[in-house]
Design a protein around this ligand. Structure first.
Ligand code: NAD
Ligand code: ZN
Length: 376
């Protein structure tokens, strides 16, 4: 695909990538998804998103070529490629913080590099394509277990680890009440994962009815449409004996659609870094001493959070990009044991040629879309 400007993407011919470095591999893509994070790019919210970039950080594929310095992969291997581009050797990678790699992004103080995610995240072309160049190929890619469905495998590149890490960062204790803001693929996976950590009650909040229906059945969760609640914070206090939930998860992030919501809700919080309305609700609703776990993506600056409430309530706030590689072995186990079945999230599976339509449907939340997968 080829980014042409906000709300405009199209399919184009580009040269097939080659190994540019001894540690590179070239992968032939077999499945790729559109993510809520791609929508921030699509909505023009991410700084230095250049016309001509190929998006796509969720893809699996077959190794076509390897550089002379690659030892862990062979031509023909079918691999899951984590969305984080990580060197595996720096201060952060050594601690399993693969999303914070210090080497892969020339702007090392920012996020580690991510495929197809603007020049602020390294400027690498992504996998919404037939072929993609994979740097540090010995570090990220992981062979797909022979019995695993490819539709499950592609969701291990991001959605499953991100949802799982959201629950993990919540520090959920046995019997906790966990509230997830956002019933997109990430929020749904976070709610589903909350049970694995011992949650006693799981509530999902959104305003897209079909997504709430899906979450009710799949997670399973109590679901609430915030358009029908006067104030979600008041509501959440009421339903938890006025204490507030133990853990709130932000699986929304800030984006253009979020800013539009502020208008809808009559608030005046339009922010450069994207709306933070779900994060406000999370911080204001959570129990004193509780935890707010943030996986929603925000612009690096220009956000505003009610930090006074964080201090006064003694809230723990945890946030990060998911560290996909660290979580893969555990998540493969959960899938093989039937405790997680991510492929049920896939509502649309279409040829890569239909990418522009798929972006539109996923962005506008049309046609019952939870997760679209593209097949080159
Ligand atoms: P999505 O766009 O499909 O889902 C977001 C959902 O949030 C939508 O259903 C929307 O209706 C809902 N929503 C909007 N405002 C809300 C509000 N105020 N309260 C409750 N719900 C609200 O996106 P997704 O793929 O599920 O991704 C969710 C977020 O996670 C995005 O910000 C994405 O960038 C981020 N993300 C982070 C990581 C990471 O590693 N940290 C990885 C993947 C995605
Ligand atoms: Zn993603």
């Amino acid at each position: 695909m080829n980014y042409r400007g906000p709300y405009r993407v199209r399919l184009d011919r580009k040269p097939v990538p080659v190994c540019e470095h001894v540690q590179d591999a070239v992968i032939r893509v077999t499945r790729t998804c559109i993510c809520g994070s791609d929508l921030h790019l699509y909505h023009g919210m991410v700084p230095d998103t250049r016309v001509g970039m190929t998006f796509g950080h969720e893809f699996i594929g077959v190794v076509e070529e390897t550089g002379s310095g690659v030892n862990n992969l062979a031509v023909g291997d079918h691999v899951i490629v984590p969305f984080n581009i990580a060197c595996g050797k720096c201060h952060f990678c050594k601690q399993g913080l693969f999303g914070n790699c210090h080497e892969s992004n020339a702007q090392a103080t920012a996020v580690g590099a991510i495929y197809g995610y603007s020049h602020t995240a390294g400027g690498y072309d992504g996998g919404q394509a037939e072929y993609v160049r994979v740097p540090y190929a010995d570090v990220g890619p992981c062979k797909i277990p022979p019995t695993m469905d490819l539709d499950d495998a592609v969701l291990l590149t991001d959605v499953v680890p991100t949802g799982y890490q959201a629950a993990e960062m919540g520090g959920i204790k046995q019997g906790d009440t966990v509230v997830v803001f956002g019933a997109g693929p990430v929020g749904i996976m976070a709610a589903r994962s909350a049970w694995l950590f011992g949650a006693g009650r799981v509530i999902v909040i959104d305003h897209v009815e079909y997504r709430l229906d899906f979450a009710r059945r799949y997670c399973p969760a109590e679901v609430y449409n915030f358009r029908s609640i006067e104030d979600p914070v008041v509501f959440l206090k009421k339903t938890t004996d006025s204490l507030g939930p133990d853990v709130c998860i932000d699986a929304v992030g800030g984006d253009a659609a979020g800013n539009a919501l502020h208008t809808l809700m009559g608030t005046k919080l339009k922010l450069e870094g994207g709306s933070a309305i779900a994060l406000h609700w999370a911080i204001n609703a959570v129990k004193k001493g509780g935890t707010v776990s943030i996986v929603g993506v925000y612009g690096p600056t220009g956000n505003m959070i009610p930090i006074g409430n964080v201090v006064n309530k003694g809230i723990t706030v945890r946030a990060n990009q998911a560290s996909v590689k660290r979580l893969l072995p555990k998540l493969i186990d959960h899938i093989e044991a039937g405790r997680l079945n991510p492929k049920e999230l896939i509502t649309h599976k279409v040829p890569l040629e239909e990418i522009a339509d798929a972006y539109h449907i996923f962005s506008a939340k049309l046609d019952g879309c939870i997760k679209p997968v593209l097949v080159p």
